[in-house]
Design a protein around this ligand. Structure first.
Ligand code: A3P
Length: 309
């Protein structure tokens, strides 16, 4: 089996080396264009492997997002909701693992995912565009939650992570015109209109505005609704508090430890994932002209689908 895996990886590598290459925003290595989207080689290899091997089950719940749009927050909220009778505030794994380690990414970790299923935690995350999802995800009828964010804030968030990641390297900061993350939302948006029982489309800004109400909707959608007794006991409110930016970013694990310790090029400090956690922070970084340019480009991609900021 290992040999099959090696052969597969080699054929992916060969295929990737023939693709158009692009600027990687200063991250190590290049990115490659495949079917209209840009991927780093480990991510694209993981995506191709997942397409071939990932077998979704009808009970799976897949958390989908572009980078820097609130995945860690969504992971912590959904994880806490699903495990609320197994753990409490003093035993939750969120105290010792960062959210990205509690809910793995399909592109990197789907092979280990069955372990989580056995524990009754059917959550998996992905950055894949809708058209790239393994066929079994659509065929199985499992549920998807997509989180979308104002591209201006996503850009600012990405800018900062790239800058921090490359502190030691003399690379160019990401340019506004390189922001390539607007297109993915439209396809997910359309799918959520076609199959609202299977795909929930969330916006980071809405979630920030009224986290408790949205958490209740998320719980209902996932099939883990809060009972009236739980609501009386403020269970949703307590989950929101546990998963708040202030609480999670203050935990020792998120302040001092590292994510993906085993991957040389992807190893990263946990605290990079917690910057400010505020909608509208772009106002502190982008000029009016830059903001207008990004909005215009977003609307070019979004407007015909009815998706708006
Ligand atoms: P900022 O850089 O604007 O602060 P992702 O998890 O998809 O990489 O998204 C990262 C963004 O979500 C960052 O935004 C990060 O600070 C913010 N974030 C992380 N945890 C959060 C939480 N618990 N609540 C709200 N925002 C959070």
């Amino acid at each position: 089996e290992k040999q099959d895996g090696d052969v597969l990886q080699k054929s992916f590598k060969e295929m990737i080396s023939t693709l158009p290459k692009g600027n990687s925003w200063g991250f190590p290595g290049d990115v490659y264009q495949y079917q209209g989207f840009w991927f780093s080689p480990p991510f694209l290899q993981g995506a191709l492997l997942a397409q071939q091997q990932f077998q979704a089950q009808p009970t799976d719940i897949i958390l989908c997002s572009s980078p820097r749009t609130g995945a860690a927050w969504l992971k912590s909220l959904t994880f806490s909701t699903i495990t609320r009778t197994t753990y409490d505030d003093s035993t939750t794994p969120l105290l010792s693992k960062m959210p990205h380690d509690v809910v793995p990414y399909m592109e990197f970790d789907h092979i280990q995912f069955s372990t989580n299923r056995h524990l009754g935690i059917p959550l998996l995350a992905t950055h894949l565009p809708y058209s790239f999802l393994p066929r079994s995800i659509i065929d199985s009828g499992c549920k998807l939650i997509y989180i979308c964010r104002d591209p201006k804030d996503t850009f600012v968030s990405l800018y900062h992570i790239v800058a921090r990641y490359n502190k030691s390297q003399n690379t160019q900061p990401i340019q506004l015109d390189e922001a390539r993350f607007k297109k993915a939302s439209v396809r997910y948006w359309k799918a959520s209109l076609e199959r609202p029982d299977k795909l929930m489309f969330l916006k980071y800004e809405d979630l920030a505005e009224d986290t408790v109400s949205y958490l209740k909707k998320i719980a209902e959608f996932m099939g883990y609704p809060f009972s009236s007794e739980e609501q009386q006991q403020n269970v949703p409110e307590n989950i929101v508090k546990m998963c708040s930016f202030d609480n999670l970013s203050g935990l020792e694990v998120n302040k001092t430890r590292r994510h993906r310790e085993g991957y040389e090029n992807l190893r990263i400090e946990n605290n990079i994932f917690f910057r400010k956690g505020k909608p509208g922070d772009w106002k502190n970084y982008l000029t009016t002209e830059m903001a207008q340019r990004l909005d215009q480009r977003t609307m070019q991609k979004w407007s015909s689908s009815g998706l708006s900021l």
